[in-house]
Design a protein around this ligand. Structure first.
Ligand SMILES: NC(=O)c1ccc[n+]([C@@H]2O[C@H](COP(=O)([O-])OP(=O)(O)OC[C@H]3O[C@@H](n4cnc5c(N)ncnc54)[C@H](OP(=O)(O)O)[C@@H]3O)[C@@H](O)[C@H]2O)c1
Length: 260
């Protein structure tokens, strides 16, 4: 089987890390499926894995990474702390590290906002200073809350992971993140009817590609991180096979126009 042409594109984060723009999402993949799918992603050339405490698969993701033969330092690993773990966040991270079989993650995110977001952010800052994570960020935050945690306890989150796709494109949201030096990471790009949307299907047919590849490539050309999930080895490979796909300016504009 030919190896996919995986794009070598990355975002520069606050503390100097290089975050591959393409990662592998692992939500709802459990047990042996999680080991198999993560192994298939690493074999296909993904060098960025996205998990979370609440996914219940950090042990399986860590096992696949350890068995892959790929050096730990060559893989960008993200996990997330539940938003309500204020006061216990560092213990949660140590459990994540044990399960993942590593002494640090590359990115640790607050999974969702709560009224204790500022306190929790302070614990993430502490974890980074202790070397347990290289970078820290948030998920499902709006820019007002990003400003609130930044003002209370800087620096700004390196990343905000939010739901994103051509159908959710919003130039102001993207610019708001850029203005704050926050990298936008999108999730669930292949859900919500994107794969069947006639504009996306039309571009895919013209280029002889899949709708998923068009959506993934659209993120990359915007400099947005994208983390497609699949349990299917063929889809895992084809979703990453986008290095030599180029969307025209007209394609990009047509896809942007699908947003709200
Ligand atoms: N921070 C948060 O709150 C949050 C929330 C949601 C997700 N996430 C992260 O973002 C990742 C991605 O989001 P997601 O898992 O919701 O959805 P996704 O990656 O956008 O879509 C996954 C769905 O698309 C299917 N799929 C994958 N590739 C395909 C292809 N080439 N053609 C047709 N169908 C395809 C998958 O089915 P098969 O598996 O059967 O291929 C699965 O049903 C998650 O895994 C997780 O890591 C974070």
């Amino acid at each position: 089987m030919t190896r996919p042409h995986v794009p070598d594109l990355a975002a520069a984060l606050t503390h100097g890390s290089r975050m591959p723009l393409l990662g592998f999402g692992t939500w709802q993949i459990k047990g042996d499926d999680a080991v198999r799918s993560t192994a298939a992603a690493l074999e296909a050339g993904y060098r960025h894995l996205d998990t979370a405490t609440v996914y219940g698969n950090e042990g399986e993701v860590g096992r696949a990474l350890a068995e892959s033969g790929v050096a730990r330092d060559d893989v960008f690993v993200t996990t997330k702390v539940p938003g309500d773990r204020s006061g216990r966040a560092l213990d949660t991270l140590r459990q994540s590290l044990d399960l993942l079989g590593t002494d640090h993650v590359d990115l640790w995110l607050i999974h969702w906002p709560t009224e204790v977001a500022v306190e929790l952010w302070g614990e993430l800052v502490e974890a980074r200073e202790s070397g347990l994570t290289r970078e820290i960020g948030v998920s499902n935050f709006d820019t007002d809350l990003i400003d609130e945690v930044t003002k209370a306890i800087g620096p700004a989150p390196a990343v905000n992971q939010i739901e994103w796709s051509p159908l959710l494109f919003d130039a102001d949201t993207l610019a708001g993140h850029r203005d704050r030096g926050v990298v936008l990471e999108g999730y669930s790009a292949l859900r919500g009817g994107t794969l069947e949307h006639p504009t996306i299907v039309g571009i895919a047919q013209r280029l002889g590609r899949t709708p998923a590849q068009v959506i993934i490539r659209w993120h990359l050309q915007h400099g947005i991180v994208v983390i497609p999930k699949s349990v299917n080895a063929d889809r895992i490979r084809s979703n990453a096979d986008v290095a030599d796909l180029e969307l025209t300016d007209d394609d990009m504009a047509a896809l942007d126009a699908l947003g709200g």
